[in-house]
Design a protein around this ligand. Structure first.
Ligand code: BDR
Ligand code: CA
Length: 305
Protein backbone atom coordinates (compact mmCIF):
# COMPACT_ATOMS: atom_id res chain seq x y z
CA UNK A 1 0.00 0.00 0.00
CA UNK A 2 1.13 3.51 -0.86
CA UNK A 3 1.19 5.84 2.17
CA UNK A 4 -0.63 9.06 1.23
CA UNK A 5 -1.12 12.51 2.70
CA UNK A 6 -4.16 13.86 0.90
CA UNK A 7 -4.40 17.68 0.76
CA UNK A 8 -7.91 18.88 -0.10
CA UNK A 9 -10.10 22.02 -0.27
CA UNK A 10 -13.21 19.92 -0.08
CA UNK A 11 -15.69 20.90 -2.71
CA UNK A 12 -17.58 18.39 -4.84
CA UNK A 13 -14.82 16.84 -6.95
CA UNK A 14 -12.57 16.68 -3.87
CA UNK A 15 -15.34 14.70 -2.15
CA UNK A 16 -15.55 12.28 -5.09
CA UNK A 17 -11.76 11.97 -5.05
CA UNK A 18 -11.83 11.24 -1.31
CA UNK A 19 -14.38 8.45 -1.75
CA UNK A 20 -12.38 6.96 -4.64
CA UNK A 21 -9.19 7.01 -2.53
CA UNK A 22 -10.87 5.72 0.64
CA UNK A 23 -12.27 2.74 -1.29
CA UNK A 24 -8.95 1.93 -3.00
CA UNK A 25 -6.91 -0.83 -1.32
CA UNK A 26 -3.70 0.35 -3.02
CA UNK A 27 -3.68 3.54 -0.91
CA UNK A 28 -2.96 3.92 2.80
CA UNK A 29 -4.40 7.30 3.81
CA UNK A 30 -2.30 8.63 6.69
CA UNK A 31 -4.29 11.84 6.99
CA UNK A 32 -6.24 14.49 5.16
CA UNK A 33 -4.91 18.04 5.29
CA UNK A 34 -7.21 20.92 4.43
CA UNK A 35 -6.74 24.29 2.76
CA UNK A 36 -8.88 27.28 1.80
CA UNK A 37 -9.89 27.19 -1.87
CA UNK A 38 -13.30 26.10 -3.05
CA UNK A 39 -14.53 27.21 0.41
CA UNK A 40 -12.89 28.58 3.56
CA UNK A 41 -10.48 26.27 5.39
CA UNK A 42 -12.99 25.87 8.23
CA UNK A 43 -15.66 24.77 5.73
CA UNK A 44 -13.19 22.54 3.87
CA UNK A 45 -12.31 20.84 7.17
CA UNK A 46 -15.98 20.36 8.06
CA UNK A 47 -16.70 18.99 4.57
CA UNK A 48 -13.76 16.58 4.76
CA UNK A 49 -15.04 15.23 8.08
CA UNK A 50 -18.58 15.00 6.66
CA UNK A 51 -17.42 13.01 3.62
CA UNK A 52 -15.46 10.62 5.86
CA UNK A 53 -18.64 10.08 7.89
CA UNK A 54 -20.70 9.40 4.73
CA UNK A 55 -18.13 6.92 3.42
CA UNK A 56 -17.89 5.34 6.88
CA UNK A 57 -14.10 5.59 7.29
CA UNK A 58 -11.91 7.10 9.98
CA UNK A 59 -8.83 9.00 8.89
CA UNK A 60 -7.38 11.94 10.86
CA UNK A 61 -7.99 15.42 9.42
CA UNK A 62 -5.57 18.32 9.93
CA UNK A 63 -6.64 21.90 9.25
CA UNK A 64 -4.19 24.00 7.29
CA UNK A 65 -3.84 27.40 5.65
CA UNK A 66 -6.69 29.85 5.86
CA UNK A 67 -5.08 32.28 3.44
CA UNK A 68 -2.49 32.59 0.69
CA UNK A 69 1.27 32.90 1.22
CA UNK A 70 1.49 36.57 0.22
CA UNK A 71 -1.92 37.90 -0.85
CA UNK A 72 -4.02 37.52 2.28
CA UNK A 73 -7.47 35.97 1.82
CA UNK A 74 -8.25 34.54 -1.60
CA UNK A 75 -10.43 36.79 -3.78
CA UNK A 76 -13.90 35.47 -4.61
CA UNK A 77 -15.31 32.04 -3.92
CA UNK A 78 -16.41 28.99 -5.83
CA UNK A 79 -19.94 28.74 -4.49
CA UNK A 80 -21.38 28.89 -8.00
CA UNK A 81 -19.37 25.72 -8.79
CA UNK A 82 -19.62 23.80 -5.52
CA UNK A 83 -22.70 25.26 -3.74
CA UNK A 84 -23.10 27.41 -0.63
CA UNK A 85 -21.72 24.62 1.58
CA UNK A 86 -19.13 23.44 -0.95
CA UNK A 87 -20.96 20.12 -1.29
CA UNK A 88 -23.77 21.12 -3.66
CA UNK A 89 -26.03 22.23 -0.77
CA UNK A 90 -26.41 18.64 0.47
CA UNK A 91 -24.98 19.05 3.97
CA UNK A 92 -27.80 18.60 6.45
CA UNK A 93 -25.89 18.45 9.74
CA UNK A 94 -22.42 19.05 11.09
CA UNK A 95 -20.15 15.98 11.26
CA UNK A 96 -19.63 14.36 14.68
CA UNK A 97 -15.84 14.06 14.48
CA UNK A 98 -13.38 16.91 14.88
CA UNK A 99 -10.08 17.78 13.28
CA UNK A 100 -6.77 17.06 15.02
CA UNK A 101 -5.02 19.98 16.70
CA UNK A 102 -1.77 19.86 14.67
CA UNK A 103 -1.40 22.40 11.82
CA UNK A 104 -1.50 20.66 8.43
CA UNK A 105 1.99 21.70 7.20
CA UNK A 106 3.48 20.42 10.50
CA UNK A 107 1.73 17.09 9.99
CA UNK A 108 3.28 16.88 6.51
CA UNK A 109 6.76 17.61 7.89
CA UNK A 110 6.40 15.10 10.75
CA UNK A 111 5.17 12.29 8.52
CA UNK A 112 7.78 12.77 5.80
CA UNK A 113 10.57 12.78 8.41
CA UNK A 114 9.14 9.66 10.05
CA UNK A 115 8.93 7.79 6.75
CA UNK A 116 11.69 9.09 4.46
CA UNK A 117 11.34 8.27 0.73
CA UNK A 118 8.03 6.56 1.39
CA UNK A 119 5.23 9.13 1.30
CA UNK A 120 3.17 10.38 -1.63
CA UNK A 121 1.58 13.80 -1.20
CA UNK A 122 -1.60 14.11 -3.21
CA UNK A 123 -2.64 17.76 -3.46
CA UNK A 124 -5.91 18.81 -5.08
CA UNK A 125 -6.38 22.36 -3.79
CA UNK A 126 -4.23 25.51 -3.67
CA UNK A 127 -0.61 24.55 -2.88
CA UNK A 128 -0.29 26.67 0.26
CA UNK A 129 0.10 23.87 2.83
CA UNK A 130 2.85 22.14 0.89
CA UNK A 131 4.62 25.47 0.24
CA UNK A 132 4.48 26.30 3.97
CA UNK A 133 5.85 22.85 4.84
CA UNK A 134 8.87 23.08 2.53
CA UNK A 135 9.58 26.69 3.48
CA UNK A 136 9.64 25.70 7.15
CA UNK A 137 11.52 22.42 6.68
CA UNK A 138 13.31 22.38 3.28
CA UNK A 139 15.17 19.26 4.42
CA UNK A 140 12.03 17.22 3.69
CA UNK A 141 12.24 17.97 -0.07
CA UNK A 142 14.54 15.03 -0.94
CA UNK A 143 12.61 12.78 1.50
CA UNK A 144 9.24 13.01 -0.28
CA UNK A 145 8.70 10.05 -2.58
CA UNK A 146 6.25 11.66 -4.97
CA UNK A 147 3.86 14.62 -5.24
CA UNK A 148 0.76 14.29 -7.42
CA UNK A 149 -0.90 17.67 -7.96
CA UNK A 150 -4.22 18.52 -9.55
CA UNK A 151 -3.54 21.96 -10.92
CA UNK A 152 -2.49 24.03 -13.88
CA UNK A 153 -3.31 24.29 -17.55
CA UNK A 154 -0.11 23.92 -19.54
CA UNK A 155 -1.18 23.53 -23.18
CA UNK A 156 -4.86 24.43 -22.80
CA UNK A 157 -6.82 27.49 -21.57
CA UNK A 158 -7.59 27.99 -17.89
CA UNK A 159 -10.89 27.65 -16.08
CA UNK A 160 -10.59 30.49 -13.56
CA UNK A 161 -9.33 32.92 -16.22
CA UNK A 162 -8.47 32.44 -19.89
CA UNK A 163 -4.95 31.52 -18.70
CA UNK A 164 -5.16 30.08 -15.20
CA UNK A 165 -6.55 27.02 -13.48
CA UNK A 166 -8.40 27.54 -10.16
CA UNK A 167 -5.98 25.82 -7.75
CA UNK A 168 -2.96 27.69 -9.11
CA UNK A 169 -4.54 31.15 -9.36
CA UNK A 170 -5.79 30.72 -5.77
CA UNK A 171 -2.18 31.00 -4.56
CA UNK A 172 0.30 31.52 -7.44
CA UNK A 173 3.30 32.17 -5.15
CA UNK A 174 2.70 28.90 -3.31
CA UNK A 175 2.55 27.04 -6.62
CA UNK A 176 5.81 28.70 -7.73
CA UNK A 177 7.49 27.65 -4.44
CA UNK A 178 6.41 24.04 -5.01
CA UNK A 179 7.27 23.86 -8.72
CA UNK A 180 10.72 25.37 -8.26
CA UNK A 181 11.58 23.28 -5.18
CA UNK A 182 12.88 20.14 -6.87
CA UNK A 183 10.06 18.02 -5.43
CA UNK A 184 9.23 15.08 -7.74
CA UNK A 185 5.94 16.45 -9.06
CA UNK A 186 3.42 14.88 -11.43
CA UNK A 187 1.13 17.67 -12.65
CA UNK A 188 -2.43 16.64 -13.42
CA UNK A 189 -3.83 19.75 -15.08
CA UNK A 190 -6.80 20.72 -17.20
CA UNK A 191 -4.82 19.30 -20.15
CA UNK A 192 -6.09 15.89 -19.03
CA UNK A 193 -8.84 16.49 -16.44
CA UNK A 194 -11.13 18.23 -18.93
CA UNK A 195 -11.07 14.97 -20.90
CA UNK A 196 -12.35 12.85 -18.00
CA UNK A 197 -16.06 13.54 -17.82
CA UNK A 198 -18.67 11.90 -15.64
CA UNK A 199 -21.96 11.69 -17.56
CA UNK A 200 -25.20 12.56 -15.72
CA UNK A 201 -26.70 9.11 -16.52
CA UNK A 202 -24.31 7.58 -13.95
CA UNK A 203 -26.07 9.39 -11.12
CA UNK A 204 -29.22 7.34 -11.72
CA UNK A 205 -27.11 4.18 -11.50
CA UNK A 206 -25.60 5.37 -8.19
CA UNK A 207 -29.04 6.05 -6.72
CA UNK A 208 -30.24 2.61 -7.84
CA UNK A 209 -27.44 0.89 -5.88
CA UNK A 210 -29.06 1.95 -2.58
CA UNK A 211 -25.57 2.16 -1.07
CA UNK A 212 -25.47 4.40 1.98
CA UNK A 213 -23.39 7.14 0.40
CA UNK A 214 -24.88 6.90 -3.10
CA UNK A 215 -27.70 9.43 -2.70
CA UNK A 216 -25.37 11.95 -1.08
CA UNK A 217 -22.83 11.67 -3.89
CA UNK A 218 -25.51 11.71 -6.60
CA UNK A 219 -27.22 14.84 -5.21
CA UNK A 220 -23.92 16.62 -4.75
CA UNK A 221 -22.65 15.71 -8.23
CA UNK A 222 -25.93 16.77 -9.84
CA UNK A 223 -25.23 20.32 -8.62
CA UNK A 224 -21.71 20.15 -10.11
CA UNK A 225 -22.98 18.82 -13.45
CA UNK A 226 -25.47 21.71 -13.48
CA UNK A 227 -22.53 24.14 -13.32
CA UNK A 228 -20.78 22.38 -16.20
CA UNK A 229 -23.92 22.24 -18.32
CA UNK A 230 -24.48 25.98 -18.01
CA UNK A 231 -20.83 26.97 -18.41
CA UNK A 232 -19.75 24.48 -21.06
CA UNK A 233 -22.94 23.86 -23.11
CA UNK A 234 -23.00 20.40 -24.67
CA UNK A 235 -20.11 19.07 -22.56
CA UNK A 236 -22.16 16.07 -21.39
CA UNK A 237 -21.02 15.79 -17.78
CA UNK A 238 -18.64 17.20 -15.18
CA UNK A 239 -14.86 17.09 -15.19
CA UNK A 240 -13.30 14.63 -12.73
CA UNK A 241 -10.36 16.89 -11.86
CA UNK A 242 -9.43 15.70 -8.37
CA UNK A 243 -10.45 12.05 -8.91
CA UNK A 244 -8.01 11.80 -11.84
CA UNK A 245 -5.14 12.74 -9.52
CA UNK A 246 -6.17 9.85 -7.24
CA UNK A 247 -6.37 7.52 -10.26
CA UNK A 248 -2.82 8.46 -11.27
CA UNK A 249 -1.53 7.88 -7.73
CA UNK A 250 -2.99 4.37 -8.00
CA UNK A 251 -2.06 3.66 -11.62
CA UNK A 252 0.21 6.10 -13.49
CA UNK A 253 -0.43 4.23 -16.73
CA UNK A 254 -3.75 6.11 -17.10
CA UNK A 255 -1.71 9.02 -18.50
CA UNK A 256 1.17 9.95 -20.76
CA UNK A 257 3.53 12.57 -19.33
CA UNK A 258 6.12 15.00 -20.71
CA UNK A 259 9.04 16.28 -18.61
CA UNK A 260 9.02 20.06 -18.24
CA UNK A 261 9.97 22.87 -15.93
CA UNK A 262 6.97 24.93 -14.85
CA UNK A 263 7.01 28.65 -14.09
CA UNK A 264 3.95 30.32 -12.60
CA UNK A 265 2.99 33.82 -13.75
CA UNK A 266 2.53 35.86 -10.57
CA UNK A 267 1.57 39.27 -11.98
CA UNK A 268 -0.60 40.87 -14.62
CA UNK A 269 -3.39 39.57 -16.82
CA UNK A 270 -1.93 36.06 -17.04
CA UNK A 271 -1.53 35.59 -13.27
CA UNK A 272 -1.78 31.94 -12.31
CA UNK A 273 -0.72 30.67 -15.73
CA UNK A 274 1.51 27.58 -15.67
CA UNK A 275 4.13 27.96 -18.37
CA UNK A 276 6.02 24.81 -19.36
CA UNK A 277 9.43 24.61 -20.98
CA UNK A 278 11.59 21.64 -21.79
CA UNK A 279 14.99 23.27 -21.35
CA UNK A 280 17.43 22.96 -18.42
CA UNK A 281 16.92 19.45 -17.11
CA UNK A 282 13.11 19.42 -16.89
CA UNK A 283 11.89 17.85 -13.63
CA UNK A 284 8.08 18.00 -13.56
CA UNK A 285 6.03 15.24 -15.17
CA UNK A 286 3.20 17.06 -16.93
CA UNK A 287 0.26 14.85 -17.91
CA UNK A 288 -0.61 15.47 -21.55
CA UNK A 289 -2.79 12.51 -22.56
CA UNK A 290 -5.20 10.30 -20.66
CA UNK A 291 -7.00 7.00 -21.27
CA UNK A 292 -10.26 8.59 -20.21
CA UNK A 293 -12.59 5.59 -20.59
CA UNK A 294 -10.32 3.20 -18.72
CA UNK A 295 -9.92 5.73 -15.91
CA UNK A 296 -13.68 6.41 -15.75
CA UNK A 297 -14.44 2.67 -15.44
CA UNK A 298 -11.90 2.35 -12.63
CA UNK A 299 -13.28 5.39 -10.78
CA UNK A 300 -16.88 4.15 -11.15
CA UNK A 301 -15.97 0.70 -9.87
CA UNK A 302 -14.83 2.25 -6.56
CA UNK A 303 -16.40 5.60 -5.79
CA UNK A 304 -19.68 4.32 -4.36
CA UNK A 305 -18.00 1.57 -2.37
C1 BDR B 1 -9.82 22.41 -9.32
O1 BDR B 1 -10.40 23.57 -8.73
C2 BDR B 1 -11.37 23.21 -7.77
O2 BDR B 1 -12.56 23.91 -7.99
C3 BDR B 1 -11.59 21.73 -7.92
O3 BDR B 1 -11.87 21.13 -6.68
C4 BDR B 1 -10.31 21.22 -8.51
O4 BDR B 1 -9.37 20.91 -7.53
C5 BDR B 1 -10.17 22.37 -10.78
O5 BDR B 1 -9.67 23.47 -11.46
CA1 CA C 1 -10.03 20.64 -5.19
Amino acid sequence: MKPIIFDVDTGIDDALAMAYALNSPELDLLGFTTCFGNVSVVEATRNTLAVLEKVGKQVPVYMGAKQTLMRGEKDGNSKHVHGEDGLGNTLKKAPMAQAESKFAPDFMIEQVKNRPHDITILAVGPLTNLALAIKKAPEIIPLVKEVVIMGGAVKVPGNASPYAEANIIADPEAAEVVFSSGLPVTLVGLDVTMKTLLPKTKLKEWRATEQKAAKFFADMTEFYIGFYESNYPGIGGCALHDPLAVGIAIDPSFVVTESMNIKVVTEGEEVGRTVGNVEDDPKIQVCTEVEANRFLDHFLSRVIG
